[in-house]
Design a protein around this ligand. Structure first.
Ligand SMILES: [Zn+2]
Length: 269
């Protein structure tokens, strides 16, 4: 019952629900993902249920081992367990350590996500901006571009000794997106809509428009996640398989609890 049951370098995707309907009905779990890369443990986008998912099942992950909790944006499906996970990281406050990182409007707005009383328990708080870059343990964390979303939002580049991971969190498509994440070995891509709809409320990527984006970034493996209700009706696994054939690339759909072995990637797999 320890992290030794996991690959040396991995991502565990706790939840694959995207946006409100999929989250509220728990059509898929919500809850972000845990990254262990080069002995550094980071948790990003802890939506509702993250702490439960950490301890659940026959392969629990102990949040006390985390080196940081990182937030792409303040929407509830990403941020609900942010305080919960920071407190779990420091074991209720008894072992202060680690970092927290979030956009300015999640930290400094009149209604911040990160409770003030908890802030002294972490070693450092990073305010994410476009072009922010910092080191946590052996991993460089960067937020290369501000996303197009109703609140301040960033994706992540996690750079380890051998593997670079891009996480494109919520955003509408915009032309600079591909360039910002180009060359990642692994791409985690939040794709919430089935079809692109041209509306001022379309703040997520769709299956229709991600092909050229994946080709521009050119990762070894693309993992689709953050699915809305329409995609779930169509079966994301089949949609990913179809896209994989059409583009002749490795594209898969995440499922709740999926564990990706990052050492397969660095070996060229
Ligand atoms: Zn959002």
């Amino acid at each position: 019952m320890s992290q030794n049951q996991f690959p040396a370098n991995f991502i565990k995707i706790f939840g694959t629900a995207g946006a409100r309907v999929a989250q509220c009905k728990q059509l898929r779990a919500s809850g972000g993902a845990w990254l262990r890369l080069d002995d550094t443990n980071l948790l990003f986008d802890p939506g509702p249920g993250t702490l439960v998912h950490c301890w659940a099942g026959d392969k629990p992950l102990n949040p006390g081992l985390l080196d940081g909790v990182i937030l792409s944006h303040r929407h509830l499906d990403h941020s609900n367990d942010f305080n919960v996970m920071v407190e779990a990281m420091v074991e209720g406050g008894f072992k202060p350590h680690g970092i927290a990182a979030a956009p300015s409007d999640a930290l400094n707005s009149p209604e911040p996500i990160f409770f003030h009383y908890l802030r002294p328990v972490v070693d450092h708080i990073y305010v994410l901006e476009e072009g922010t870059s910092f080191q946590v343990g052996q991993v460089k964390v960067s937020t290369p571009v501000r996303h197009y979303h109703p609140v301040e939002t960033y994706g992540f580049l996690f750079s380890g000794r051998r593997v670079n991971i891009a996480v494109i969190t919520d955003t509408r498509y915009f032309p600079q997106l591909g360039e910002a994440y180009k060359g990642a070995d692994l791409l985690i891509l939040n794709v919430t809509f089935l079809h692109t709809f041209h509306s001022s409320k379309a703040f997520h990527l769709s299956i229709d428009e991600i092909g050229p984006l994946i080709e521009e970034i050119n990762p070894q493996l693309t993992v689709l996640t953050h699915f809305g209700a329409r995609i779930l009706e169509k079966n994301p696994t089949l949609l990913a398989r179809d896209m994989s054939r059409r583009l002749n690339r490795k594209i898969i759909a995440a499922y709740d609890g999926m564990i990706l072995n990052l050492d397969d990637l660095s070996a060229g797999g």
